[in-house]
Ligand binder design. Structure first.
Ligand code: ADP
Length: 446
């Protein structure tokens, strides 16, 4: 089921990025194409306008098409003529009825150009026309005033034409190149979209997997004490006439399992909070020596009751910023573990010292120790080196993950090391002033 949801989500991500890429490519292509076309036509249109100005300027002049070879031209007209493309610009002179009047000057071109009809509604406008299905021209229709000095064109219509076949060919080549390039990039965008959707889904899938595993483990852990309690209660119900003393052992087991259940739910709650980043932290300046005195003292009695010794090594006077509740919880986890995994008669030592801008808190025991292969994994949720032993001691494998989370809230690190001659040392290194918690204030994480 979850796989299906994830796959659907991955498809959705793929399609959204693919469609996004396609839209970007199409827009880019259209913009480049339009700009290219416009740039090409702009220079042609400029030529047509220059020709129009020249025509309307007054003194009679002739384009190449109209000029018989060998005829002398006025010097200034020649210069004016240089401004345009002399071999590509042609002018048709129409009378009011649409008849071409300069047939003679057009020479052999007349055969092709005679098919062009006059459309007076296009006066003053630029157009692109195709003649005989193969010649392309850019045209500008001009109505010459009757007062024009050049009597051959006065009161007539001039259709100034510029052949744009080379431009059209360039545009076709450009379009082909662009379509191929865009096609290649479009195909690449499919690969990019697959890659991006996978990349985006990877952390989601990872946390989904972790969450599913966490919920599964939590359910499993909750089921065991609940089943024991239920069995014990059902057993008591079958013996309604027994005295409490007769069933003291069963009641004690049910009671210890319910305590276990309570601890487990507290731990689960803490981890759920750590996942949602909604914990309110309260960082405050703290005298480490007196804080550790307070925190460790209650455990010395518990340790003594178990035949173990808990010692707080002399702590130098220094002040750090920390969340007292959270560090208290951290100490609780570490001391509790040290006692759980050490034999009677052993000593557990708590020590602290400043280290420049950091400080170190060490809980060392002379217990069973942790194999180096397990030293990393013990911080994983529900990880226990020896589950049956840990169950007997009331462990659920969540303590050190909570410890790790508390330390990371303080921007510190925690590692398990070997203690000499045997046992384990949990070394916690914390900044004297965690950056995100300068001063004493209440803040909401997340
Ligand atoms: P638990 O509730 O099972 O103790 P933790 O997360 O606190 O869970 O610890 C994970 C595992 O790490 C434990 O099951 C135990 O195997 C190992 N461990 C933790 N602290 C110690 C220690 N002081 N000495 C030896 N093993 C330890």
């Amino acid at each position: 089921m979850s796989n299906k949801v994830n796959r659907a989500q991955q498809w959705r991500l793929f399609w959204s990025s693919f469609i996004g890429f396609t839209i970007i490519f199409v827009l880019l292509g259209v913009i480049v194409f339009v700009l290219f076309r416009r740039t090409i036509l702009t220079s042609v249109d400029q030529t047509l306008r220059v020709e129009r100005s020249a025509r309307l300027a007054g003194p009679p002049r002739q384009t190449t098409a109209q000029r018989p070879f060998g005829q002398n031209n006025h010097q200034s007209l020649q210069q004016q003529h240089k401004a345009i493309h002399p071999f590509m610009t042609t002018t048709l002179i129409f009378n009011r009825n649409g008849k071409i009047l300069n047939q003679g000057q057009l020479g052999s071109r007349y055969e092709t150009l005679k098919n062009i009809t006059l459309d007076t509604s296009q006066k003053g406008q630029l157009h692109t026309i195709t003649v005989n299905g193969k010649y392309n021209f850019r045209t500008l229709l001009v109505k010459v005033p009757a007062t024009n000095a050049d009597r051959t064109v006065a009161g007539r219509y001039l259709l100034i034409l510029e052949n744009i076949d080379p431009q059209k060919a360039a545009m076709r080549t450009f379009t082909k190149v662009m379509l191929i390039t865009m096609g290649v990039f479009w195909l690449l965008s499919i690969l990019m979209s697959v890659w991006m959707s996978r990349l985006t889904m990877r952390p989601i899938l990872r946390s989904w997997g972790r969450q599913t595993e966490f919920v599964g483990n939590a359910a499993h852990e909750l089921r065991t004490p609940l089943t024991i309690i239920q069995n014990k209660l059902e057993l008591l119900l079958t013996k309604p006439n027994d005295k409490i003393i007769d069933q003291a052992e069963n009641i004690a087991i049910a009671s210890s399992e319910s305590q276990r259940l309570q601890k487990l739910t507290q731990d689960l709650l803490a981890l759920a909070r750590s996942d949602s980043n909604t914990l309110q932290t309260n960082f405050e300046k703290t005298q480490v020596a007196s804080f550790l005195d307070h925190t460790v003292e209650p455990y010395t009695e518990i340790a003594a009751s178990q035949g173990k010794k808990l010692v707080l090594a002399p702590v130098p006077e220094f002040v750090v910023t920390l969340d007292q509740n959270l560090i208290h919880q951290l100490m609780n986890i570490l001391i509790d573990n040290a006692m759980k995994y050490s034999p009677q008669g052993s000593t557990i030592t708590v020590s602290a010292k400043p280290l420049g801008r950091k400080w170190q808190l060490v809980v060392a025991d002379q217990g069973i120790g942790i194999k180096s292969a397990d030293r990393q994994r013990i911080f994983d949720r529900f990880y226990r080196v020896d589950s049956s032993r840990s169950r007997k001691t009331g462990g659920n494998g969540l303590g050190l993950s909570i410890a790790n989370w508390i330390v990371s809230l303080h921007h510190g690190t925690i590692v398990a090391k070997e203690n000499q001659p045997h046992g384990t040392q949990f070394v916690t290194t914390l900044p004297v002033t965690p950056n995100s918690s300068l001063g004493s204030r209440r803040e909401k994480k997340g």
